[in-house]
Design a protein around this ligand. Structure first.
Ligand code: BJW
Length: 251
């Protein structure tokens, strides 16, 4: 990694009144959570994640989709935040305002100590009635989630994870706040997303159009790096820790 680029990124962050950090699955990769478009192992190797994360898949085979989420929740509960998550939470102590906008459903930013987090695609640790029988969302406390697909205690429809599947609307407040902050941001730091899933993928372009400096952190060039002002190639744990170190040296 070019030390000049790290220094350049740190200088940009240092002068930002509002930093928006947009994260995707790549930021959790170093914790051991596979990215969304990684091939899955073992039992799930024959399933395409994009085919399972849809309301149609749940309607066709609710138990299959439920079991996939149980498997992923168990995996997520066994991992810990990595240096990338911690570096992002550390930025809050070094800069005036930092908001994390995440597509991830794993809750690892919160565990790492970030305080202002917008979860665009929900959270795998929450459940709701699939018919939202008592309003949107009808959240449910499910204690026996290991023992097969539960039914809503109010209406009998299946319980599902409180995550956003393809073709479903993102939580209104979350996407509207993320869009507004993207328009106001001085810098947007984009970390570990392929930038192919909308409307989240439109946020860096929106930020840039409204004057933000966009920094993309990813081991490979992709959709976002083509519009970014600065591309930092590498795993987020390494790159972000170096940026934080450079920022501390400037304090
Ligand atoms: C590392 C690394 C390391 C590796 N360090 N980096 C245009 C406008 C609006 C919508 C659309 C549109 N075109 C198409 C759509 C529809 C659709 C869509 O975007 N489809 C595309 C595939 C084309 N969007 C939707 O359906 C959305 N809803 C919607 O638009 O509703 C409209 C509506 C309005 C009003 C009423 C009703 C409807 C919903 C999208 C929901 C996405 N849900 C998922 C599943 C969540 C639950 C779950 O996890 O099971 O969200 S899909 C999946 O993709 C997941 C992720 O959050 C999301 C993004 O993936 P991400 O995070 O980018 O991961 P990867 O795997 O793609 O990339 C990882 C990256 O990390 C890579 O770049 C690696 O290189 C990198 N990396 N190691 C840093 N160490």
């Amino acid at each position: 990694m070019n030390p000049e680029d790290i220094l350049g990124a740190a200088r940009r962050l240092k002068s930002a009144k509002l930093l928006v950090v947009l994260t995707g699955a790549g930021v959790s990769k170093e914790s051991g959570v596979p990215t969304f478009r990684d091939a899955l192992d073992g039992l799930w190797a024959k399933y395409d994640a994009q085919q399972l994360a849809t309301p149609a898949a749940f309607r066709a085979n609710p138990k299959l989709v439920w079991d996939w989420y149980v498997y992923r929740r168990q995996m997520i509960e066994a991992v810990k935040p990595n240096p990338g998550h911690f570096a992002i939470s550390e930025l809050e102590r070094l800069l005036p305002q930092v908001v994390v906008v995440t597509q991830n459903i794993d809750g690892l930013h919160k565990q790492a100590g970030s305080s202002d987090i917008i979860e665009l695609h929900g959270n795998i640790r929450r459940y709701r009635c699939s018919a939202n029988c008592r309003g949107n969302p009808t959240l449910l406390e499910i204690s026996a989630w290991e023992n097969g697909l539960p039914a809503c205690p109010h209406c009998g429809h299946w319980v599902r994870p409180d995550v956003v599947w393809f073709t479903e609307a993102l939580p209104d407040e979350a996407i509207h706040r993320a869009q507004e902050l993207s328009r106001q941001a001085d810098v947007m730091l984009v970390v570990g997303t392929s930038g192919v899933v909308y409307p989240a993928a439109a946020l860096p372009g929106m930020a840039k159009e409204h004057g933000a400096y966009v920094i993309d952190v990813n081991p490979v060039r992709d959709e976002i790096s083509t519009i970014a002002n600065l591309f930092l190639a590498g795993p987020s744990g390494e790159v972000l820790s170096q940026i934080v170190q450079a920022l501390r040296a400037m304090a």
